[in-house]
Design a protein around this ligand. Structure first.
Ligand SMILES: NC(=O)c1ccc[n+]([C@@H]2O[C@H](COP(=O)([O-])OP(=O)(O)OC[C@H]3O[C@@H](n4cnc5c(N)ncnc54)[C@H](O)[C@@H]3O)[C@@H](O)[C@H]2O)c1
Length: 267
């Protein structure tokens, strides 16, 4: 019996990185998975991989910032698999650079994905969960950048800090409604995913080269290395499963000690 056996999961930004690991993990643990993303080729390949391995997955094209697309996407998930139990609001982008150099357009673009997209996930997903009447679990992917400030990441930190309190507030709304739906945020530290290659914005206000998560983690993470996406998916699985039934409005930090403090490493 899998840890999410018979449940139906909806993962935004599920074609790559942490979202893809969540999709694979849910499928391995018995859930049917709807993967949505902008990257159609990768999303379709992942769904095919899961189905070939004996799991159940479908890929849908979705831009999380497009409100008009939300009701049809949720309706399609329910049509395909009959209900909705797990929502992972994972789609996100990171635009690096000084706040003073960042254009308002970039600041808004980042918020549109990182916070508006998460808001829409809850707004359109919760009614479908309520309709099924089995409760549910919402997991909002924030970041350690949502727990503390970071130079050259002001816009990203602002969006991820907003996710943290959105998650707590949604948790309380659901608790007050006694609908059995839980909501928690996850705060990854430095994780090896393609997001670091996408960080470069040559000629823009940000960086001129992609960042190396291994190098960054060696310098900043007490455990001395970045995490693999699977290590975040393990935490998401716990929050999605009934093993975390008494957790709502919580923050799961998976960061190798990054927010605990810093250490002096021996040479
Ligand atoms: N990698 C890290 O170190 C790290 C650390 C903390 C938090 N996070 C967060 O984890 C989440 C996943 O990031 P990742 O590292 O796996 O990056 P990733 O780039 O591998 O995956 C993000 C996915 O989101 C999709 N996406 C972007 N904009 C979208 C939109 N408008 N609509 C739908 N999909 C969209 C992308 O196509 C991509 O497949 C993000 O919210 C990110 O901020 C990552």
């Amino acid at each position: 019996m899998g840890q999410v056996q018979g449940k139906v999961a909806f993962v935004t930004g599920g074609a790559s990185g942490i979202g893809a690991s969540c999709a694979r993990t849910f499928a391995r643990e018995g859930a049917s998975v709807v993967i949505t993303d902008l990257s159609d080729e990768m999303g379709q390949a992942l769904a095919a991989e899961i189905n070939a391995a004996g799991g159940r997955a479908t890929y849908l094209h979705q831009d999380v910032t497009d409100e008009a697309g939300w009701a049809p996407a949720i309706a399609e998930a329910v049509r395909l698999y009959g209900r909705l139990d797990i929502l992972v609001a994972n789609a996100g982008i990171a635009i690096f650079g000084s706040a003073l150099d960042m254009s308002l357009a970039d600041f808004r673009r980042q918020n549109a994905v990182n916070i508006e997209g998460v808001f829409l996930t809850a707004k359109y997903g919760i009614p479908a969960m309520r309709q099924a009447g089995n409760g549910g679990s919402i997991i909002m992917i924030s970041s350690v950048a949502g727990l503390r400030g970071s130079a050259n990441l002001a816009g990203y930190s602002a969006s991820k800090g907003a996710v943290r309190l959105l998650s707590r507030s949604i948790a309380l709304e659901c608790a007050a409604a006694e609908d059995g739906i839980r909501c928690n945020s996850v705060h990854p530290g430095i994780i090896v995913t393609p997001i670091w290659q996408k960080a470069a914005t040559p000629g823009g206000g940000g960086l001129n080269a992609a960042l190396d998560p291994n190098e960054m983690a060696r310098a900043a993470v007490p455990l001395g290395k970045p995490a693999e996406a699977q290590e975040i998916a393990n935490g998401v699985l716990f929050l999605a499963s009934d093993a975390s039934a008494h957790m709502t409005g919580s923050e799961l930090v998976i960061d190798g000690g990054l927010t605990a403090g810093s250490i002096r490493r021996r040479a």
